[in-house]
Ligand binder design. Sequence first.
Ligand code: ARG
Length: 437
Amino acid sequence: MTDTSQPAKPPLLWQKPDTRTDARVMRFLAGDDVMLDREFFVHDIRASKAHVEGLAHIGILDGAERDRILHELDTLAEDFRAGRFILDERFEDGHSAIEARLAERLGDPGRKVHTGRSRNDQVLVATRLWLKEKLANLVALCRDTAAVCLDRAGRESLPMPGHTHLQRAVVSSTAMWFAGFAEAFIDDARRAQDTLAWIDANPLGTAAGYGVNLPLDREHTTRALGFARMQVSPIYAQLSRGKFELAALDALASALLDLRRLAWDLSLFTTAEYGFVALPAEYTTGSSIMPNKRNPDVVELMRASYASVAAARSEIEQLLSLPSGYQRDLQFTKGAIFHGFGRGLAALELLPDLLRRLQWNAPALAAAIEPSMYATDVAIEQAAAGVPFRDAYRAAADMAASAGIDRTPEASLAARISPGAAADLRLDTLFERLERI
Ligand code: ARG
């Protein structure tokens, strides 16, 4: 059976009798762009449906035309998802592919879909919807991560060394370690949520960035697409492209920076030198040459993922040196967000389960506590008893080696009563914040 859903190469949208094109130039203009549009295609179709409804509201389409176009757009989305319609270099971009398909299936009514639109308008709304979806994923992943950390912080508390400058410094605990990352990921979830609210503005209906001579029903498309507000100024809609992408990547970067530090800890903690942590077997890989090894490759790629987010951020920042209005430069923002969010979310996706299942090695943690780590406790106790802190500090330094006499890590932690520290973790405060996200 021949596949009839895949049209032959359609003419360019902007083809005129005197249009001359060169294959090399066209390839340069499109690059991997049409492939990237696969990522945004279903969002483009969804926004096109809202636009069609809006056109019917202002009498550009009659009810029958509207219904036929909406039906064909649904069919196109289904064909695309099922692999029956393939978006490839036969099309200049995803936007013209939609129009070509409607024209092929419906003739003239199909050609009306672009009334009052521009491809700049299409790519803006499609990428905006895509960014909202990715930020919602980011919120959920940060929440899940924070929830696991909070749960483990409340469940077990083993003494462990607290390091500064990579040196053993004071007694800390596994509960403090988890509580720290819990609060970090609550903040990351919050930032992602705030960013989502900030970019939740509908650019659809701004055409090429200067509006059109039609009373477009932008209120309808704003509602239909679930946007919190309409992005009012067409010129601002264009100015926000790239700027909103950067904000979304910044929110992602916050989470990935915390992940990078966490991964660093796990990288160190799983070495024989520390031996604090055992990772679930699936999160390690064998060495092709050294039969004795299990390597923490997952943790290392988690750590590396920030680089891709930083690269995306940097690429967009460099692109934005532009005058107002649409410039084709903006096309490259798509590859950047695709790459950055692809890498970043993939790393975060594995995190909650990894944290849920990593195991602390209690004997190794206990053996790493050494007497000098109580020196700060000694100094603080003296100071609390009225000795000026500098004198207490010097006295404790002189006797650092014997600071551990009659002391246990458990007692040190039980006395760590400053708010947020081991004896007063305030997990309920963190939990309340998490619940409000
Ligand atoms: N692919 C382009 C982009 O991502 C949008 C379509 C081209 N628009 C144009 N006016 N040439 O920006």
